[in-house]
Design a protein around this ligand. Structure first.
Ligand code: DGL
Length: 258
């Protein structure tokens, strides 16, 4: 039997944080990673135009690679376009949406923050997750305009200054009524690339919740029964801009297996 072809999609390199977990869980699958860097960042774009863009990019990628499963490794795209993607294409989609339920379940102080792009934290999809799953937990929504670009820069070898990162995460940290934030949901797939930087400037230690392991488990549930005797093929990376990654980024991408 042929190995499953899994297409992983993001606006940039953030989805690599999801890709590495899926690949670790399913090393025998064939992977295509599509980075819509020509459209980056997704975080501040008008919704109607962004839906059309995502449908177009996915249409081209699905036609070219004929995946068995698509992982939308982007909260901004998932909270906006999952419904339209599922209605348009017959391939199964796994989305990435803010991990509010597990964060509220594991929080001791019952005070958490959701750190995402401005779009993700303002979406009705995210507000519905809070209404449904936050029961008894205070949830702070923190939208960042800059962190995804800082993560791209970090991987590209131009790390942002500590103070700039500190300013972006500061609103996550609330100490009120005797309860401090103890869990921050990383609701943008770029942010786990900065976790060490976040820890270094955080006013107190918190759990930084990365949804990638849960997404990998979901992908295994959907494709895991499918095994192959063929040796794994190297993953492919496609930038919609057509750019060739400069040497520093190419070296980092090699550590992800590209
Ligand atoms: N990685 C994306 C996410 O999970 C968004 C980054 C962006 O394009 O603004 O939301």
């Amino acid at each position: 039997m042929k190995p499953a072809t899994i297409l992983v999609f993001d606006s940039g390199v953030g989805g690599l944080t999801v890709f590495r977990e899926i690949k670790a869980a399913l090393p025998g699958a064939h992977y295509i990673y599509v980075a819509d860097d020509a459209g980056f960042p997704y975080g501040d774009q008008p919704e109607a135009a962004l839906i059309q863009r995502i449908l177009k990019v996915m249409g081209v990628a699905i036609a070219a690679h004929k995946p068995d499963l698509v992982v939308i490794a982007c909260n901004t795209a998932s909270t906006l376009a999952l419904t339209q993607l599922r209605a348009t294409f017959s391939v199964p989609f796994v989305g990435t949406v803010p991990a509010i339920k597990p964060a509220c379940a594991q929080s001791q102080s019952k005070r958490i923050a959701v750190l995402g792009t401005q779009s993700t934290v303002s979406r009705e999809y995210t507000h519905a997750l809070i209404r449904e799953f936050a029961s008894g937990c205070d949830v702070g929504l923190v939208g960042s305009s800059h962190l995804a670009a800082y993560a791209e820069a970090e991987l590209g070898g131009n790390p942002a200054a500590a103070d700039a990162i500190k300013a972006e995460i500061a609103p996550c940290f609330i100490d009120a009524d005797g309860r401090r934030t103890d869990t921050v949901v990383l609701a943008c797939t770029h942010y786990p690339l900065l976790t060490a930087r976040f820890r270094a400037v955080a006013p107190w230690p918190v759990e930084w919740l990365d949804p990638a392991p849960a997404i990998a488990r979901r992908v295994v549930d959907l494709t895991g029964a499918r095994s192959s005797n063929e040796p794994p093929t190297p993953p492919q990376m496609v930038f919609t801009s057509g750019r060739v990654p400069p040497p520093h980024l190419a070296a980092i991408l090699a550590t992800f297996g590209f």
